[in-house]
Design a protein around this ligand. Structure first.
Ligand code: HAM
Length: 419
């Protein structure tokens, strides 16, 4: 019979690597908890229309990459390609806007995009996402960016850059868009690019093909066409970032893959990753709540790709040898010892000592080999004679020293030796 492999563009995270995955996830979320962000969990699938409206019909994410299906009740549902739209839906549905603002939320979870898989780009990936909803204050933008930076600092990552720009708002962007479209109309572009220029001209600025890029050097930029409000907002955000000692690169051509962004927009780009270099990205999205049928309130946030962050850490040599899973290993010799040994195992764990057991009725030799492989510091060897004496042999696997310890003291003794 044929066996199965994980679907294309997906992968399994196995022990011991999975321990690093969890550590990265926890490090990225620790600064959020310290800043008063509350954990939110939303469904992995949502109404398809939520993403079409929220993320934007003209984006690749919506037009080419969604995992959309009809359920048995005839509803069109989509596996979430990102977390912001679902969090905003929950914010509106549960009227969180009626309480204290900003509402600060964070989520960790799976996302799905039907992308062309390559290193760092998967069809199933994990994001740490955070959103601060309901307040339009440049200081909040600075807090959000600073929390992203704090997450990377927690991991010791340094070889990355914060790329920052402002995308204006509903007041100034339409005029800029027209200017850009006029400019693009005068260029020698292929049919597909012309179509894109009609739909979303800002995206053309991101075209990396040399023949297109060469024509774009003189293109008008949003940052030169901000209205007074947006300019002031952007200036203040940068002032706060300076105060916080955060450095960035101005990225006036930064194009995000999602349509909801306004004003402050940014990406964290790692220098050791090749093509898929964005380890995180986000920005303000002041029209999203209204677009999704909620009140006209603003929002800002970011998402960090956990899988890419792990790759970045590997690139910086920050992923060490995996830690041993257990510190003590119980080796019973004989049936009686097996029964008492299983109790000892529980006693060790109750003392908070990570411990394992020679399951599978191994010989002494096989069991000691398993103890060595487990990475444990101590083996607790329990033979018939020890049992009759009410003791066990405690063996230090690093020095091979061995001594008898009363069973009643064993768990505590191991705990003390390990502390
Ligand atoms: P995004 O830039 O699409 O933004 O994704 C954020 C991060 O998720 C990326 O920088 C990358 O690290 C990771 N990522 C995205 N796609 C993939 C993929 N196919 N494989 C592996 N990692 C990937 C958002 O999703 C927005 N919702 C962020 C946001 C929150 N904006 C405001 N609030």
């Amino acid at each position: 019979m044929t066996s199965f492999t994980a679907p294309k563009g997906t992968f399994d995270t196995l022990p011991p690597d999975s321990a690093t995955f969890l550590a990265v996830r926890d490090a990225l979320t620790a600064p959020l908890r310290r800043a008063g962000y509350g954990y939110i969990e939303t469904p992995v699938f949502e109404d398809t229309a939520l993403f079409a409206r929220g993320v934007g019909e003209s984006t690749d994410v919506v037009s080419k990459e969604m995992y959309t299906f009809t359920d048995r009740g005839g509803r069109s549902l989509t596996l979430r390609p990102e977390l912001t739209a679902g969090l905003m839906r929950a914010f509106i549905e549960h009227k969180l806007y009626a309480g204290q603002l900003p509402v600060k939320l964070y989520a960790v979870g799976s996302n799905f995009r039907y992308e062309r898989p390559q290193a760092g780009r998967y069809r199933h990936f994990t994001q740490v996402d955070m959103e601060a909803l309901g307040v339009d204050d440049p200081a909040l933008d600075a807090e959000v960016v600073a929390l992203g930076v704090a997450g990377f600092a927690e991991l010791g990552l340094t070889n990355y850059e914060l790329q920052l720009t402002s995308l204006g708002d509903a007041g100034c962007r339409p005029q800029y868009r027209e200017k850009l479209q006029e400019f693009l109309a005068g260029l020698d572009l292929d049919e597909e690019t012309r179509r894109r220029a009609g739909l979303n001209p800002l995206r053309v600025l991101d075209d990396k093909r040399p023949e297109v890029a060469a024509q774009l050097t003189e293109a008008p930029l949003m940052v030169d066409h901000l209205c007074d409000d947006c300019q002031k907002h952007y200036d203040e955000v940068r002032e706060h970032l300076r105060d916080l000692g955060i450095t960035w690169t101005e990225a006036p051509r930064l194009v995000r893959g999602l349509d909801y962004y306004t004003k402050t927009t940014y990406e964290f780009v790692h220098n050791g990753l090749g093509a898929q270099s964005a380890i995180g990205g986000g920005g303000r999205y002041d029209g999203l709540s209204k677009e999704l049928g909620g009140p006209d309130v603003s929002g800002i946030g970011y998402a960090v790709g956990v899988d890419r962050t792990l790759l970045a850490m590997r690139a910086e040599g920050l992923v060490g040898e995996p830690q041993a899973k257990v510190r003590a290993f119980v080796v019973p010799l004989g049936d009686e010892a097996r029964r008492r040994g299983l109790q000892l195992l529980t006693e060790l764990r109750n003392e908070n000592v990570a411990a394992d057991f020679a399951f599978g009725g191994k010989s002494l030799k096989g069991a000691m080999k398993a103890a060595d492989r487990s990475g444990a510091r101590y083996a607790v060897v329990l033979g018939e004679r020890d049992l009759a004496d009410g003791t066990a042999q405690l063996k230090d696997l690093t020095t091979a020293e061995q001594r008898a310890v009363p069973l009643t003291d064993l768990a505590r003794t191991v705990k003390e030796l390990l502390s």
